[in-house]
Ligand binder design. Structure first.
Ligand SMILES: [Zn+2]
Length: 247
């Protein structure tokens, strides 16, 4: 069994305090980093939707242009055919040309009828794109501000984290290297909680009830005692007599 002193235990408890703060701040910084990614996602989704609206607008613009060009072309064709009609010699020729005029006119009328609809769609798409672009500008601004605020929230903690990391290292220097290594291993394996108090005979790491003999050894503080269940370093602290309970 590894021998330790009361002093070692005190150092371990100090080390754990710095470790707990380090882990807490690291987890907080990770959380706010995810928050930043989360708000960025909102922007990406909005941009994707805007791109779809822009595609729809571009399609309706093309359709509008093509329909207009076709209407104009059919109109010119009708005019030309009408001119030719005046010059035809045979009845057969006349009928054929007349049919062509009728067909072109019908097609033109039909296109003119649908053109209003096409134009309305195009204008509606233009309005949507303009509106969404304005919204995107606002959203981008809001998200940049949100992210800056999130960054600011983390600023103090990043500085504090550095402090605790240094503190942890300094405290560690006072420990026997093998004990320090052991602390680090247990901490890595136990979510940053390597040293726990035994209070009312319970391990405060896993809440297992500590066997009587082991409890006495923890109180004696002569050797390194690990919790049989969670494998954390156990220590005993005298109940503070002067503690005044609230209420
Ligand atoms: Zn335990």
């Amino acid at each position: 069994m590894q021998e330790i002193t009361r002093e070692d235990v005190n150092i371990l408890v100090q080390l754990q305090k710095a470790e707990t703060e380090t882990v807490r701040i690291e987890s907080f910084l990770k959380k706010i980093e995810n928050e930043k990614i989360g708000v960025e996602k909102e922007l990406v989704t909005f941009r994707t939707a805007l791109e779809e609206h822009k595609n729809a607008l571009s399609q309706s613009e093309t359709l509008c242009r093509e329909t207009e060009a076709e209407i104009q072309m059919l109109g010119e064709r009708v005019v030309r055919s009408n001119e030719k009609l005046r010059q035809v010699k045979t009845n057969k020729e006349y009928q054929a040309l007349q049919r062509e005029v009728d067909d072109n006119r019908k097609r033109k009328e039909s296109l003119e009828n649908s053109f209003m609809q096409i134009l309305e769609t195009k204008e509606a798409n233009e309005a949507i794109v303009a509106e969404r672009e304005a919204e995107l500008a606002q959203l981008s601004e809001k998200i940049r501000a949100d992210q800056a605020e999130i960054d600011k929230k983390g600023e103090d903690d990043r500085a504090l984290l550095e402090q605790y990391r240094k503190q942890r290292e300094e405290i560690g220097k006072n420990l026997d290297p093998s004990l320090y290594r052991q602390f680090n291993q247990i901490s890595d394996a136990s979510g940053g909680l390597a040293v726990v108090q035994v209070k009312e005979r319970l391990c405060r790491g896993c809440f297992m009830s500590i066997p009587h003999q082991l409890y006495i050894e923890v109180q004696r503080c002569n050797s390194l005692i690990l919790c049989p269940q969670c494998n954390r370093i156990l220590y005993y602290a005298e109940p503070e007599e002067n503690t005044v309970k609230a209420e």
